[in-house]
Design a protein around this ligand. Structure first.
Ligand code: SAH
Ligand code: SF4
Ligand code: F3S
Length: 506
């Protein structure tokens, strides 16, 4: 059996911003050159120009992790469509199975290995039926642990990182024997190439909300986080490419555009005038595209807030009054140990400024509980911050030691039982605020963009400007034509995680 390994930048704890590992210690085995040069030579430039006489095949993609992974999975399906692959919702009879993985916490990584165990059964059964299955591990676990995967699991054929999926056609050609290889690891990191190969036309989004990756990677190096190692250095797509993608998505039915990036508000792509732009400016330009009804962006870093972005929140009616702005902790000591490069007062100043520009701004955040050395006082500072900002939702996680990150080797790791208690306390408080916030909408009229049918007969689900899931009962036969429409809803109930209401009829 041949193993082709393209590159494998190892996560290193000592890495500092600006000193990225760039493929040091790589093993590169011919015949593959760098994927960049290969893709230029081999990959189809127009992904939508499907060729004739290609046997239909089934593709199953399971996605974990952030929205960026969801976006990447969609793009993998785009890349594979011209080869005859169409997506299915179960792995049982798939010719090609891709696990698009997340490495952010230990549990996320463990899930991949259990899923691989289950998939082995499908592969073996299909073999007895004379059918072959390609099993691939993609995404951030692949990037960080490519070698470990091929060592531990012998039925994985393909391991490729988040920046390599545009080379899938060549990887498949190699796997299926063209060059004699039958296992490939591709963890090279040429970010631009994957964005250069987007389809010229978009397939209709499954909901009226479309995601557009505008930025990828991270140079911040928070001491707990694997993302700078798995996604690479910050990269911003050019304005022209982004606007084209959005125009295509709107033509295919999108009404809301969610801009994605690991540090989306740090986007600094080339503007239409050839100069470096910023996210605020980009949002003004997106708002001018006919048919864009709503704009959101996620996820932001406090340090990357900038004046034109605040101004956009004041001036651009399509920019929704909701921002996910992770802070991680309310304690200055912990923020410093996390290398967040801002303190709690700076965070409060940002929130105050946002609310000056947009008084009804709702905020959400991420918190890590039990970072090494977190004292009762540190946790009390976090709780005080929550009380002050009154987040309308928040994601909170127990700190998870990630191999290769600086915090993993810190002493004073916090006991699980303390983490559990603090997590529960924090979540209870956020829930209370969320409930109060939602209740305050009772009796108000709210514009809701309907996204999909709900679980009950006749129920339709949409989002308010503040991102609240809103449920309305309508005659079932009307649901299809309501999806994609923004309608006024009179809120009759505000609950912890949702709103209920009736359509306002005129
Ligand atoms: N800026 C990023 C953050 C990505 S990670 C973005 O695009 O969203 C998402 C969240 O996972 C972080 O905000 C943090 O709260 C959490 N997280 C990251 N590393 C973690 C770790 N080692 N343990 C627990 N939670 C972690
Ligand atoms: Fe991770 Fe976000 Fe920090 Fe970057 S800014 S290192 S992605 S938590
Ligand atoms: Fe997970 Fe990678 Fe996203 S580690 S959170 S899938 S950037």
């Amino acid at each position: 059996m041949t193993l082709i390994q393209i590159t494998q930048p190892a996560p290193v704890a000592t890495e500092q911003p600006g000193e990225r590992q760039n493929g040091a210690g790589l093993v590169q085995i011919s015949p593959l050159d760098s994927p960049r040069s290969n893709s230029e030579a081999l990959a189809p430039k127009k992904l939508c120009s499907s060729s004739t006489a290609i046997a239909p095949k089934k593709l199953y993609i399971k996605t974990w992790g952030c929205q960026m992974n969801v976006y990447d999975s969609k793009r993998m399906a785009d890349v594979l469509r011209p080869l005859g692959y169409s997506e299915v919702s179960e792995p049982d009879d798939a010719d090609f199975v891709i696990l698009n993985t997340c490495h952010i916490r230990e549990k996320a990584t463990e899930k991949v290995f259990s899923e691989l165990g289950r998939l082995k059964k499908h592969k073996t059964r299909r073999e007895t039926e004379g059918k072959s299955t390609i099993t691939a591990v993609a995404g951030c676990v692949a990037q960080a642990e490519g070698d470990v995967i091929t060592e531990r699991v012998n039925h994985v054929d393909l391991v490729f990182g988040p920046q390599a999926y545009h080379t899938l056609p060549e990887m498949i050609a190699q796997l299926t024997g063209a060059y004699g290889a039958n296992r490939i690891i591709n963890t090279d990191m040429p970010t631009e190439a994957k964005f250069d190969l987007l389809p010229e036309e978009e397939t209709a989004p499954s909901t009226p909300v479309a995601f557009v990756a505008v930025q990828e990677g991270c140079d911040k190096f928070c001491t707990f986080c694997v993302v700078p190692y798995t996604r690479g250095a910050e990269f911003s797509r050019p304005t022209k490419q982004i606007l084209t993608e959005i125009r295509n998505l709107v033509a295919a039915g999108a009404r809301e555009i969610q801009l994605l990036g690991q540090n989306v508000n740090g986007w600094h792509g080339i503007g239409l005038n050839g100069e470096t732009s910023n996210l605020g400016r980009l949002i003004y330009q997106i708002a001018e595209i006919d048919g864009v009804e709503r704009i959101r962006y996620t996820t932001s870093h406090p340090r990357d807030m900038h004046d034109e972005l605040y101004a956009a929140h004041r001036d651009v009616p399509q920019l929704m009054p909701f921002l996910h702005l992770p802070v991680q902790s309310g304690s200055n000591a912990i923020l410093k140990a996390m290398n967040r490069k801002h303190d709690r007062d700076e965070y409060f100043r940002i929130i105050d400024k946002l609310r000056d520009y947009r008084p009804d701004m709702a905020l959400s955040s991420d918190f890590i509980i039990g970072f090494p050395g977190e004292t009762d006082q540190d946790f009390a500072d976090t709780m005080e911050m929550i009380e002050r900002v009154k987040f309308t939702s928040a994601y909170s996680f127990k700190y998870s030691q990630r191999p290769g990150t600086p915090a993993a080797i810190l002493t004073h790791q916090i006991h699980e039982s303390i983490k559990d208690l603090r997590l529960q306390t924090l979540q209870n408080q956020v829930t209370t605020h969320q409930q109060e916030f939602n209740k305050s909408f009772e009796g108000k009229i709210v514009p809701v963009l309907f996204e999909r049918s709900g679980n009950k007969p006749g129920q339709i689900m949409g989002r308010s400007p503040h991102m609240q899931s809103t449920y309305v009962l309508i005659p079932p036969h009307q649901i299809d034509r309501m999806i994609g429409k923004t309608m006024d809803v009179c809120i009759t109930g505000g609950y912890q995680g949702s709103l209920a209401g009736d359509l306002v009829t005129t």
